[in-house]
Design a protein around this ligand. Structure first.
Ligand code: HEC
Ligand code: CA
Ligand code: CA
Ligand code: CA
Length: 245
């Protein structure tokens, strides 16, 4: 007998998701793998929050505080903002991946009250918590009919090529069901800063030199350009050779 994959894929997927459902309600955080990323197979919240077409509501989701270029080892506090003047709260999911869907850099839970890993202990997909949803509702008007979630991301130790940032979210009616919510997605891509451009602003100048000098003698991974675990003359040499470029 021949199996028809097109017919089976979706029911199988939903069966796989539905099994932990009883132990873990969806409002406690989105299921893993729905950030509309390559690793998500492009799937997002709209698969279940399906009352309205994706990105058809009056709002949006955005990833704020991304650097122009990522500096190796630098940690960035990224803000995921969901806004929608027709809704009363929000949830989200974020992942950072290569075009082939491999996680890149390290996500870290900076705000464990409002955010959590959607899967295992090492966060690959980060989502809201149950209090995070409640706080989003409480602060919705003050934030400009919006909610913001902060997630730390540390860039890889070297140039990992172009990196994709993927976020999906729902702006909710707080009906405690997946109906009548607006689903949104966004993505952005960033390239690595040149060696010596410690602050990732596209130029190697006195600002970078200042950062290196203040980290001199330490093990600060950002200023440790040659990755030998110490910020020393070798790193200074690399920066000076590239100075002004
Ligand atoms: C596989 C189906 C499924 C997917 C995918 C899914 N959800 Fe849900 N979601 C549900 C269900 C079912 C509910 C309602 C029951 C509950 O609260 O557990 C819900 C409820 C919610 C609520 C509360 C809604 C309200 O009106 O109060 C939020 C917030 C939420 N989901 C966020 C997300 C986000 C963000 C994503 C995408 C990153 C997502 N969900 C993806 C099934 C899903
Ligand atoms: Ca709803
Ligand atoms: Ca610079
Ligand atoms: Ca060094």
């Amino acid at each position: 007998m021949q199996i028809k994959p097109t017919v089976l894929t979706l029911p199988l997927l939903l069966a796989g998701i539905a099994s932990p459902l009883t132990a873990h309600a969806f409002s406690d955080g989105a299921p893993e793998g729905f950030s509309a990323s390559p690793a998500s197979g492009g799937l997002s919240c709209v698969l279940c929050h399906a009352s309205f077409d994706l990105n058809s509501g009056p709002g949006s989701i955005s990833i704020l505080d991304l650097p122009t270029l990522y500096a190796p080892d630098q940690t960035y506090a990224l803000r995921v903002r969901v806004e929608d003047l027709s809704m009363v709260g929000a949830g989200f999911e974020l992942s950072v991946e290569s075009g082939a869907g491999a996680p890149l850099g390290d996500l870290a839970i900076e705000d464990p009250i409002n955010t959590q890993s959607a899967g295992g202990p090492t966060p690959i997909f980060v989502t809201h918590t149950s209090p995070g949803k409640a706080n989003a509702i409480d602060n919705w008007i003050a934030m400009g009919t919006a909610a913001e979630f902060t997630v730390n991301w540390q860039a890889p130790s070297g140039d990992a090529g172009e990196i994709g940032f993927y976020a999906a979210g729902v702006a909710i009616n707080n009906g405690t069901a997946s109906s009548n919510d607006n689903a949104y997605t966004t993505d952005a891509a960033r390239s690595a800063a040149a060696e010596g451009d410690l602050n990732g602003d596209g130029v190697i100048d006195t600002a970078d030199l200042g950062l290196l000098i203040s980290a001199f003698g330490s093990s600060d991974p950002v200023a440790d350009i040659d990755n030998d675990t110490i910020v020393g003359v070798a790193d200074l040499g690399i920066l000076i050779a590239a100075f002004g470029s």
